[in-house]
Design a protein. Structure first.
Length: 284
């Protein structure tokens, strides 16, 4: 994946190295809950975060991090990719006669951190909090993604970032609220449709990244396959097999591996956000 000459916006808040936010009495039960949500992008902050923190979804204070472009390569990668994703959505919104407002920040942290939705923890995987409009990411997730699930390469990591910013796009368009009305669990629930749409939005970014960046951020066919591998790795069926030994479709919140791959590919091949309308799709 080409990215090192890409534009940096400095919209990264680096909390790495700061003392983690206090993790109250989570205990073993909370750890189990965290594992159920392990690596599922776009996890619902209003439910899972509050359940883990015992804070009822209330904001948790955290020391302010350093705002700007991180000096290390991993941090800079996050800045370049998130900037590229925001640039693509800025163009798409402009073409639709809208004004795009980027996320307030992409927050890098270690172990746990306060968010506008409650206490965030690295065991939950990357997530987006609609209350403060920030994406949260503990970079140790990259090692788990590649080592445990075999989704390697920069493109797999970029998919994660693009997916989370896809949730921000949904928040701006009111699609998050639509999902809440449809319910949180089940193979065709609002939650699943929301997650699959965010996968598709990640694909839309991949389709336009080179064009919008002037070739400075670009994915080749192999990179797209890496993105598809990442989408497959975090399907509900794959995760349930690993954590509980069986697949329970009625408890799906993010979609099966095949579905996540299909919708990411839809975004890549069409480059059209309108093709990502999972809420009215007869087949997911």
């Amino acid at each position: 994946m080409e990215w090192e000459s890409g534009r940096e916006s400095g919209d990264v808040e680096d909390r790495r190295g700061l003392r983690p936010a206090h993790i109250g009495g989570i205990g073993a039960g909370g750890v189990v809950l965290a594992l159920i949500g392990y690596f599922v992008f776009g996890i619902s902050p209003s439910s899972t975060l509050s359940a883990l923190s015992g804070g009822g979804g209330k904001p948790v204070e955290q020391q302010q991090g350093v705002r700007g472009t991180p000096a290390d390569q991993a941090g800079r990668f996050v800045d370049v990719v998130s900037t590229s994703v925001n640039d693509v959505w800025t163009q798409i919104f402009r073409q639709q006669g809208r004004t795009y407002q980027p996320p307030a920040a992409v927050v890098l942290y270690d172990e746990s951190t306060g968010t506008g939705c409650g206490l965030g923890q690295s065991a939950m995987g990357p997530f987006y909090c609609p209350n403060d409009r920030k994406v949260y990411l503990d970079l140790s997730f990259w090692q788990e993604l590649s080592g445990r699930f075999g989704a390697q390469g920069d493109a797999a990591r970029a998919y994660v970032i693009a997916h989370e910013i896809g949730h921000h796009v949904q928040n701006l368009l009111g699609e998050t609220q639509e999902a809440e009305r449809l319910g949180a669990h089940g193979a065709t629930s609002g939650s699943v449709r929301l997650e699959l749409q965010a996968d598709c939005y990640a694909g839309v970014w991949a389709a336009h990244a080179a064009e919008v960046s002037g070739g400075k951020v670009a994915l080749d066919p192999k990179d797209v396959e890496d993105g598809l591998r990442a989408a497959s790795a975090v399907g509900d069926d794959t995760l349930q097999k690993e954590t509980q030994g069986q697949v329970v479709p009625d408890s799906f919140t993010h979609g099966a591996s095949a579905q996540r791959m299909r919708w990411f590919r839809t975004g890549v091949t069409t480059g059209d956000p309108a093709a990502c309308d999972t809420f009215h799709a007869a087949t997911l």
